[in-house]
Design a protein around this ligand. Sequence first.
Ligand SMILES: C[S@@+](CC[C@H](N)C(=O)[O-])C[C@H]1O[C@@H](n2cnc3c(N)ncnc32)[C@H](O)[C@@H]1O
Length: 269
Amino acid sequence: MFQKILYKSRKFYDDDFDWENYTADSYERRLKGDVETAFRAISRAGDLQFDPATGHVMSHGAPIHPNQQLILEAIGRLEPARVHEAGCGGGDHLANAMTLFPDIEMTGGDRGRSQLMLALKRHPELSGRVGVQDLTMPFSRQWPRAELVYTQAVLMHIHTAVSHMVALSNLFRQATRWVLLVENVQCHNFVRDLRALEAGGHLDWETLHLYRFDGSGGARAILAAQVPVENLVPLETDAQLRDGETPSARRLRRADEDSARGLFGFDAA
Ligand SMILES: C[S@@+](CC[C@H](N)C(=O)[O-])C[C@H]1O[C@@H](n2cnc3c(N)ncnc32)[C@H](O)[C@@H]1O
């Protein structure tokens, strides 16, 4: 309790979890408790269907989590040749995407080796497609490049120094066309930080178009694109993303403090 109060009054935060112990400590429990009780986590051939006319993914039988539905809908609509999930955890989104879109090359990375072991246990078909990747390290040419790179519930938990900005910058070097961020939008000022990274020359892309991407199940995400995407609402502010949510004052304050630590570009002295 005392530690919690101290944590809340700190200016510099750690990440939300100790990633070394995360699988046994939190992830499997959350997967079983929060996801598998209400949604089908692992889909087989025929369970899912993508309708190109509406851009919607339908699940036959049990529902899938709205965030996963959004990821699959984004893949279906953008039609990338290669997709990479950074922070893929137990691999369910990746494996289900492979089942629904068998012609797309899928890879995944995660900083937790035990997370990747869990992914291989749940989805043996991911063998040879996943590897250790710490998004907060300097960019590695060994990371698989992909047209679309996405994260789901990864950057929202990263709060150590300016690590989430390093991770953002890395994503834009790994992705050649699109970056999809399926994250809790109260945990960082994603739009503000991305624009600051762009203005400071920290993104590899020549142009950056930001959109709000809404899944048919009610989930929302940020889609960043090198070239304009039709029929999506352009994103100017974080407020636009948070519209309709009840903001947590503590989270918003932490997001502001995280943003304020960034030093961008090369300002003349
Ligand atoms: C909440 S889990 C989400 C996993 C998966 N994306 C999902 O939706 O089930 C967060 C994941 O991010 C990974 N992660 C945390 N920091 C990371 C980093 N710096 N680079 C790569 N992965 C990271 C963790 O190991 C963990 O698997």
